[in-house]
Design a protein around this ligand. Structure first.
Ligand SMILES: [Zn+2]
Length: 73
């Protein structure tokens, strides 16, 4: 089963500030001041969990089909 995946692409002082979905390349910034690493990670993770992959690359078509059959809301 193909699964979308969150990747942290930018860190400041070891605190995650920008995550990206490897599936659709959507970006998830950690905005407001965050007290620590785990909180920043959670803020990014939360956006990632809430988003819907919409901008698939052409080479992800196969994965998209899998997603549509497995992500039936
Ligand atoms: Zn996505």
């Amino acid at each position: 089963m193909a699964k979308r995946k969150l990747r942290i692409v930018r860190r400041t002082n070891n605190i995650p500030v920008l995550g990206v979905c490897e599936f659709c390349n959507m970006q998830f910034p950690a905005h407001h001041p965050l007290s620590g690493q785990s909180e920043a990670q959670a803020a990014i993770q939360q956006q990632f969990n809430a988003h819907k992959c919409e901008h698939e690359d052409a080479n992800q078509v196969g994965a998209r089909i899998v997603r549509e059959t497995t992500e039936n809301k």
